[in-house]
Write a protein that binds this ligand. Structure first.
Ligand SMILES: [Ca+2]
Ligand SMILES: [Ca+2]
Ligand SMILES: [Ca+2]
Length: 130
C-alpha cells in the first residue's frame, strides 16, 4: 500500500501550488493604482479610484455571485478580517458592491490627507505601503 500512496502524495504536492497560483492570485495595491491612473500623472481622483475598485471587486469575486466572502475579500492586498466585519453593514457575512464601495470611499478619504479630492504621488505611495 505504501508504494501506491507515496507517488500519489507527490503528485498532490506538485500540483497544489500551480492550482493556487491560477485561482487565488492576489491583487496588489500597486497593481490597482497603476491601472487606476489612466493619464499617468500620478494623481488618482475619487471617481477614478472608485471605478478601479469596482473592477477590483469583480476581479476578486471568484464565484461571480456579486458578493465578496471574507476569503474573496482577502485576495485584495492589505485587507484584514476586522475591516471586512466593519464593512459588512448588513451582517450577512458577505460584502455587496454597495457595502464594498462605501468602505472604499472611507479608505479614499483616509488616504487623501490634504482633502483635495485627489490622491497625489505621495498619498498613493503611502496607501500602497500601508
Ligand atoms: Ca463571491
Ligand atoms: Ca453584507
Ligand atoms: Ca490629496
Amino acid at each position: 500500500m505504501r508504494q501506491f500512496a507515496l507517488p500519489l502524495m507527490a503528485i498532490a504536492l506538485i500540483s497544489a501550488p500551480v492550482v493556487c497560483a491560477q485561482s487565488q492570485q492576489p491583487l496588489t495595491r500597486k497593481q490597482i493604482m497603476e491601472s487606476a491612473d489612466k493619464n499617468r500623472d500620478s494623481k488618482i481622483g475619487r471617481v477614478e479610484f472608485l471605478e478601479r475598485m469596482r473592477e477590483a471587486f469583480f476581479f476578486v469575486d471568484v464565484n461571480k455571485d456579486g458578493f465578496l466572502t471574507s476569503e474573496e475579500y482577502q485576495r485584495l492586498q492589505g485587507t484584514d478580517p476586522r475591516r471586512f466585519a466593519r464593512a459588512d453593514r448588513s451582517k450577512d457575512g458577505k460584502l455587496s458592491l454597495d457595502e464594498f464601495l462605501k468602505a472604499i470611499t472611507e479608505d479614499f478619504d483616509a488616504t487623501d490627507k490634504n482633502d483635495d479630492g485627489v490622491l497625489d504621488d505621495k498619498e498613493v505611495k503611502a496607501w500602497i505601503a500601508d
